[in-house]
Design a protein around this ligand. Structure first.
Ligand code: NAD
Ligand code: GLY
Length: 350
């Protein structure tokens, strides 16, 4: 079990990761006033564990599983239920679930009585390596993702790989998408992935690499919590193009689109002379370990338009973070037509 401390100007998060973290660190919250937010799948699997740990009378909101629960209505219902349950300012909101639960519960914790204690207990691989750390909270509005939210750091994150054993292969792929993204940003993580590319789904490997990814993210967030100075932007590598394809083609999961986006962005980076072909091939090899085949998307015009209007994009060009060399990425701005043409070229080469 390992500990990472993430300190920003106004807050301090202690992140516990590794097997045994839940047993060692969750129970203490039963001594105080807690409010648990989880989802229907997670509650069905882990209700006995929650009862054993926190007693069987804690107040809880069980969201329907899936992204459709990341709404204003569910947020308000959590806040109203907290009030009805008599939650005081010194209560602790425990987000027990994947990224959806973490984002909505985090937002509720940041708003209730102007902010109460928040603990993230992420139960998906994606939530352990990414969403539970760094304090971004949000709900979607009118289909626009994450448009209402806050930066609100959890006091503690308990990332225990025991929860990953009940995930589907698809959910594991989703998390691996983000892990490979960290590999494209950090040489140590990349080497670990390349040296273990036959063991990507093995527990010992995942436990080890989860720690590396959290440590990397915590270090970035500590330098630029609010994505103001630009450093935190690098965490969006693969996401602009991936998210654009996600909006056009749907169907696949977020992590799969991150991998697809990364593949297309590698093509662009090589074509633009930013990234060497050999280095790009190493990352592509990892991507293909997880998704087997990268789709040859034809509607690149619509995808490019979404990329242009991505809420993270501040100019009239498409802004991308692309891999450059081991441990280095670059930010580039591309005219709409050139971006669409490069996406088409990549799709035609697939
Ligand atoms: P999710 O929360 O919807 O979980 C995926 C599925 O796995 C759900 O059906 C859930 O019920 C199920 N599940 C969760 N834990 C399980 C377990 N241990 N065993 C079996 N099933 C389990 O999705 P996610 O991939 O965890 O997170 C995606 C969300 O995270 C998106 O809304 C995304 O916008 C957000 N996100 C936020 C940040 C951030 O920094 N805040 C970063 C990345 C993603
Ligand atoms: N997932 C991107 C971020 O936390 O900034």
């Amino acid at each position: 079990m390992k500990e990472i401390v993430l300190e920003t100007n106004l807050s301090k998060s202690v992140i516990r990761c590794g097997s045994g973290a839940f047993d060692a660190y969750a129970k203490k919250y039963a001594q105080g006033q807690i409010y648990i937010v989880t989802d229907s799948n997670v509650f069905a699997i882990y209700r006995h564990l929650l009862w054993e740990t926190f007693g069987n009378s804690f107040p809880v909101t069980i969201l329907p599983a899936g992204e459709s629960s990341k709404t204003y209505n569910y947020l308000i219902s959590i806040l109203k239920d907290m009030l009805s349950a008599g939650m005081r300012r010194n209560c602790t909101v425990i987000a027990f679930g994947g990224g959806v639960v973490g984002d909505v519960a985090g937002l509720a914790a940041s708003l209730y009585m102007r902010g109460v204690n928040l603990v993230q207990i992420p139960t998906t691989l994606l939530a352990q390596v990414d969403s539970s750390v760094g304090g971004k909270t949000a709900v979607d509005v009118n289909g626009v993702k994450n448009v209402i939210g806050t930066f609100y750091q959890p006091a503690e994150v308990i990332a225990d790989p025991r929860f990953l054993q009940t995930l589907t292969a698809r959910e594991l792929r989703c998390g691996l998408g983000e892990i490979i993204k960290y590999g494209a940003l950090d040489g140590g993580i990349l080497n670990k992935l390349l040296n273990n590319c036959d063991s990507l789904y093995k527990w010992e490997f995942l436990e080890d690499v989860i720690y590396d990814c959290i440590r990397y993210k915590a270090n970035v967030v500590a330098q630029d919590e609010r994505e103001i100075e630009g450093k935190r932007k690098i965490l969006n590598l693969g996401h602009t193009t991936g998210h654009a394809f996600e909006l056009v083609y749907r169907k696949k999961s977020h992590g799969e689109f991150v991998l697809i986006g990364m593949y297309y962005e590698l093509y662009i980076a090589v074509k633009r002379g930013i990234c060497g072909g050999q280095y790009a091939d190493e990352i592509k090899k990892l991507i293909l370990r997880v998704i087997k085949k990268v789709p040859s998307y034809q509607d690149v015009e619509s995808a490019a338009r979404y990329a242009l209007y991505d809420k993270k994009n501040l100019s009239d060009k498409v802004d991308l973070i692309v891999p450059k060399s081991i441990g280095e990425s670059a930010e580039i701005e591309i005219e709409f037509d050139e971006y669409a043409n490069l996406l088409r070229e990549c799709a035609d080469a697939l």
